[in-house]
Design a binder for this molecule. Structure first.
Ligand code: BES
Ligand code: MN
Length: 464
């Protein structure tokens, strides 16, 4: 039996224990956006520290101005000094679980349920994003070290606890620990497969810019009978502004928004066409049927290569049961823009604010709140690690690995490139229907099993 076969059968034999350890992590409500869960976040960091230490990583929990990072090193003497050294990244924090009443099982009590499709799934907040994903790497490492005595490459692991709240401490941490974290390549396990049978490496992610806009009208809430007609309603002002962000074709009207945006190359367009994106199913799964982005672009390009503007929430006026005849004093919208390569998030923020101010009536005020921004990412397709990992995953799934884009954002991949000069391989085993950030988040058991086995293979492939 080859060393790899020994590792793979070790993974299979110990799968139930691996699942139990994953569940121990899922039971901790490590919600980073809500300070009420700070202790739980620290508990999750501690659990991971102990887990890595058990496996044989030299591990520390590292304070930041927010929630701590967990850093582990595995640099065995047995490996040649010039053996490759990779950095693995995952995040131990999760999104809030609300709305709680929409969950079929409690979000922090992982439930194993076999669906009508015959596939076993694990339901819990963080099952996929990102605890299931990061545990695939931990358990693959465990199997390697338990059977071979060490990993086939040097590995540094970085677990973050603030990914879901915009990574406020990340850049400073990378800045202070550049030498310790700059490795040959980063492995980020926080993305999806193409579909449940087809492994994928994500080579493009969109950037993001958040801004919150509050329009302030009257100095206090008013009776809409006593004042209505004469007094300006900030909901009306804000709604017009929100409506003015797009034209009827889906084009975004903030001046300069498309500066620097290029169409994808004809090669990329051809490769994406070959993927035969099942648009009707993709929208049908979420109860829709009509693509609503820029009409001139195919749906996959709307998702992966075109920028967006979305209102994520509107807060204004009376929203409880029944009615209340009120003209509110303030109206707020939370906006986010997904950005593509070439766009400058800070210039767009300035242009947006100017665009809003220009539409404001003289007797209204506006307040803006900044919630961070990051540029888009394109991983160079000629990175030597990429093909090795693609081949290794292809062997696990018995199917060629697809290179894909994703419309979501993983700001750390850009930080790795800009601050540490390191490319990232975005490899993950999630699926579109995992309901991440939603009620009833799940991770398929085959994602966990084949994900763990894939990492065992990738680690070996990166060694040569
Ligand atoms: N893991 C997701 C991003 C993701 C999901 C990428 C599926 C590819 C496939 C990540 O945790 C996430 O949700 N990111 C946020 C970042 C934001 C808060 C800055 C996002 O994209 O909204
Ligand atoms: Mn994630």
């Amino acid at each position: 039996m080859s060393q790899l076969d020994t590792v793979l059968s070790r993974i299979d034999q110990n799968m139930e224990q691996s699942i139990e350890r994953w569940f121990d992590l899922l039971k901790i409500p490590s919600i980073s956006t809500d300070s009420a869960y700070k202790e739980d976040c620290l508990k999750a960091a501690d659990l991971l520290k102990n887990t890595l230490q058990d496996i044989g990583f030299e591990t520390t929990v590292r304070p930041t101005s927010g929630l701590p990072m967990v850093v582990g090193h595995h640099v065995p003497d047995t490996l040649p000094a010039d053996a490759p050294h990779v950095l693995f990244y995952g995040h131990y924090d999760v999104q809030p679980a609300d709305p709680l009443e929409k969950w079929n099982t409690p979000p922090f009590e992982p439930a194993r349920i076999t669906g009508e499709d015959g596939i076993e799934k694990v339901y819990a907040r963080g099952a996929a994003d990102d605890k299931g994903q990061l545990m695939t790497f931990v358990e693959a490492s465990r199997a390697w070290i338990e059977t071979a005595g060490h990993l086939p490459v040097k590995v540094t692991i970085l677990f973050e606890g603030e990914e879901e709240s915009g990574s406020p401490s990340l850049d400073a941490f990378l800045e202070e620990n550049t030498a310790e974290l700059s490795r040959d390549v980063a492995l980020i396990c926080d993305t999806n497969m193409w579909d449940k049978d087809t492994p994928a490496i994500t080579t493009r992610l969109r950037g993001i810019m958040h801004d919150e806009i509050t329009v302030i009208g009257p100095s206090r809430d008013l009776h809409s009978g006593l004042y209505g007609g004469v007094a300006r309603n900030p909901i009306r002002v804000l709604s017009r502004i929100v409506a003015s962000l797009h034209d009827d074709e889906g084009t975004i009207l903030v001046p300069g928004f498309y500066d620097g945006v290029a169409d994808v190359t004809s090669e990329t367009r051809a490769q994406w066409e070959e993927l035969n994106f099942p648009m009707v199913e993709f929208l049908g799964d979420v109860g829709l049927s009509l693509p609503a982005g820029e009409a001139a672009y195919p749906a996959l390009e709307q998702l992966w290569a075109r920028p967006t503007c979305d209102a994520n929430g509107i807060i204004a006026g009376y929203t409880d049961e029944g009615t209340k005849t009120v003209i509110p004093s303030r109206a707020t919208v939370k906006l986010s823009f997904r950005l593509v390569p070439g766009q400058d998030p800070l210039a767009i923020r300035e242009n947006l604010r100017e665009f809003v101010r220009a539409q404001l009536p003289d007797d209204c005020d506006v307040e803006f709140m900044n919630f961070g921004a990051g540029t888009a990412l394109e991983v160079p397709l000629d990175d030597p690690h990429l093909q090795k990992a693609a081949t290794a995953m292809g062997a696990e799934f018995g199917k060629d690995t697809v290179l894909m884009g994703n419309g979501a954002s993983i700001p750390i991949a850009t930080s790795f490139k800009e601050q540490l000069g390191m490319n990232s391989l975005l490899i993950g085993f999630g699926l579109n229907d995992d309901s991440i950030h939603s009620p009833n988040e799940k991770y398929n058991m085959p994602s966990f099993v084949h994900g763990t086995r894939s990492w065992a293979r990738i680690l070996e492939a990166l060694a040569v």
